[in-house]
Write a protein that binds this ligand. Structure first.
Ligand SMILES: Nc1ncnc2c1ncn2[C@@H]1O[C@H](COP(=O)(O)OP(=O)(O)OP(=O)(O)O)[C@@H](O)[C@H]1O
Length: 245
């Protein structure tokens, strides 16, 4: 469904993504893992045309080059890092904005979205700036889902959230996994490997490893070394998994 080949991104002449190729088939949930600065977000931004890039981006059989609107029309939607909600609009209005991008595609109704995120029901009329990080993340995912995506690109859905909130977010994502194809960028390897069937591990702007989630789940030491985590007296120091909201 999504195939990118030899994608390169550079900022002010400095390469951030060095020729990344990856593929996600329809119906799959795939993780793109890696430490800070690996180039994960830049790869997602290149896919949706939010940064200049070179290389080939194929979605649903069509080749796209710097055409963000065309990709959104084709049903590829990004939930960006930091959520980027319309802060003065309510939670409900943000979700309605998503619905207005549906363009005839089928997908979950607004009621379905409240069913997926019941915590949003009493908050629907609250301005988005007054929501917690976890609640804003629910609205951001709900807004993208309301657009009836065929594929969702999720950029660090766990970022800045407390462990229990991450767990709830990932339970909701597991509920939509069978109806939407997913590419999920994460530093929280545990959460992403539970959601996804397969993963790419990225470091220094390159894909270092591709494996099934089951293979990677059994390779904790290897994953920790890729993610730049160190063992502290037997307990693994993992900023991404312990950051509170
Ligand atoms: N707008 C920008 N201008 C200059 N350099 C940038 C810009 N955005 C990202 N970079 C650099 O590109 C490299 C890759 O960054 P990117 O955000 O893609 O990594 P990441 O793997 O998503 O990291 P994180 O998990 O910390 O978000 C980093 O060295 C970063 O400093």
């Amino acid at each position: 469904m999504l195939k990118i080949e030899n994608v390169r991104v550079s900022y002010n002449g400095i390469d951030a993504v060095h020729g990344v190729s990856l593929e996600v088939s329809e119906g799959e949930a795939v993780a793109l893992l890696g430490p800070n600065g690996a180039g994960k977000s830049s790869t997602l931004k290149a896919i949706v045309g939010a940064v200049a890039s070179t290389g080939r981006i194929e979605f649903d059989g069509g080749v796209y080059r710097r055409q963000p609107d065309a990709l959104a029309r084709a049903g590829l939607m990004l939930v960006p890092e930091g959520r980027h909600l319309f802060k003065s609009m309510t939670a409900h209005e943000n979700i309605q904005v998503g619905e207005s991008a549906r363009r005839g595609r089928s997908g979950p109704s607004v009621d379905d979205i409240y069913e997926l995120f019941p915590a949003l029901v009493p908050l629907r009329d609250r301005a988005s700036w007054a929501l917690s990080g976890g609640e804003q993340q629910m609205v951001a995912v709900g807004r993208a889902l309301a657009g009836g995506p065929r594929m969702l690109l999720l950029d660090e859905p766990s970022m800045g959230l407390a462990p229990l909130v991450i767990s709830d977010m990932y339970k909701s994502l597991a509920q939509i996994r069978d109806s939407v194809t997913i590419l999920c960028v994460e530093q929280n390897t545990q959460a992403a490997l539970k959601l996804c069937q397969r993963a790419y591990v990225m470091a220094n702007g390159e894909i270092q490893l591709e494996a099934t989630a089951a293979e990677l789940a059994g390779q904790k030491r290897l994953m920790d070394s890729y993610m730049g985590r160190k063992d502290v007296g037997g307990a693994v120091e993992d900023k991404a998994e312990t950051t509170a909201s």
